[in-house]
Design a protein around this ligand. Structure first.
Ligand SMILES: [Ca+2]
Ligand SMILES: [Ca+2]
Length: 223
């Protein structure tokens, strides 16, 4: 009986690890910079990418569950004022750098890519110091038709990595279904952080042992 109870504790422990490994919260950057921006604040304000401006449903940075929020398919407006950022006309590439405010463990990028210009390819790089960046991969975002009334996020996930800074290298701007002669355009960018949501194996093992011990002690009292 004792060994079965300990096994049960171990199973609960394993389940806790499995669910924690997939859980993450959505995090917005505290600041952002762009290699070039449209020469008009209505279209060239990079802060519009991290202010939740244009999102039909908002989130609480560091609190809202990332997967649950994105599963709700939150839409971004196609309107630009207070909500979107663009390069000057004719730019085929641009670099966006986001500062998360502190080093977190990042596992995904959610990017709402503008329907009017967009970006054909996005390389994702991370850094802990803002100086030395390493690639975690790249993705081809959805090419929205300019006629859409709103647009969804593309989620790019990668091996969890420690980062305070995330850089997006946009290229192949504008996208094929976008305005010819345009540049790069984005609506919003957010991140999935698993920091603080993954219990340390040592404390989980102790919790599992404590659970098993509790069960054993109850069994003994019953006897
Ligand atoms: Ca737009
Ligand atoms: Ca926005």
């Amino acid at each position: 009986m004792t060994s079965k109870l300990i096994q049960a504790g171990g199973v609960l422990c394993a389940l806790a690890i499995a669910s924690a490994a997939h859980a993450g919260v959505i995090v917005g950057a505290s600041s952002a910079t762009a290699s070039s921006s449209f020469p008009d604040p209505v279209f060239g304000t990079v802060a519009n990418l991290i202010n939740q401006g244009g999102l039909a449903t908002g989130y609480i940075s560091g609190v809202t569950d990332f997967a649950t929020y994105l599963a709700g398919n939150p839409q971004h407006t196609i309107q630009s004022p207070g909500a979107e950022w663009f390069t000057p006309f004719g730019a085929t590439s641009a670099t966006l750098t986001f500062n998360l405010g502190s080093v977190l463990t990042i596992a995904s990028v959610a990017a709402w890519v503008d329907e009017f210009w967009g970006a054909g390819n996005i390389d994702v790089l991370t850094s802990t110091d803002g100086v030395s960046f390493a690639s975690v991969g790249s993705f081809v975002p959805t090419d929205w038709a300019t006629a859409v009334s709103s647009y969804s996020a593309d989620v790019f996930s990668f091996a969890a990595t420690a980062a305070q800074f995330v850089r997006l290298n946009l290229s192949n701007c504008p996208q094929p279904l976008s305005q010819a002669g345009g540049g790069c355009g984005m609506g919003e960018v957010a991140f999935e952080a698993v920091t603080g949501r993954v219990p340390e194996p040592a404390s989980l093992a102790l919790a599992g042992l404590a659970l098993a011990g509790l069960a054993v002690s109850r069994r003994r009292k019953a006897v």
